[in-house]
Design a protein around this ligand. Structure first.
Ligand code: ZN
Length: 86
């Protein structure tokens, strides 16, 4: 399956390799680099948004209050305010 540029949606790109040996694509249209995972639902999320997502999933999955979830995540070094969970 050919990936599409997550920035502009173009389907033409050059293939290269990152320093870690991973395959990366460079969009011919806008020049942005992306990897095979581009286009998966969470790829575009910033770290903070991922943290909030994690918090929200924990909140939904376990019988915890938003404050407990925020507390738990803080143990892992993630700062999420309770108000962004619920
Ligand atoms: Zn592009």
């Amino acid at each position: 399956m050919n990936p599409k540029c997550p920035a502009c949606g173009a389907g033409s790109w050059k293939v290269g390799f990152s320093r870690g040996g991973r395959r990366v694509y460079k969009c011919k249209s806008c020049g942005k680099k992306f990897n095979e995972r581009a286009g998966t639902p969470f790829h575009h999320l910033k770290t903070l948004e991922k943290d909030v997502l994690t918090a929200t999933l924990m909140y939904v999955k376990y019988p915890l209050s938003t404050y407990q979830v925020a507390d738990l995540l803080e143990l892992f070094g993630v700062k999420v305010s309770a108000s962004s969970v619920g």
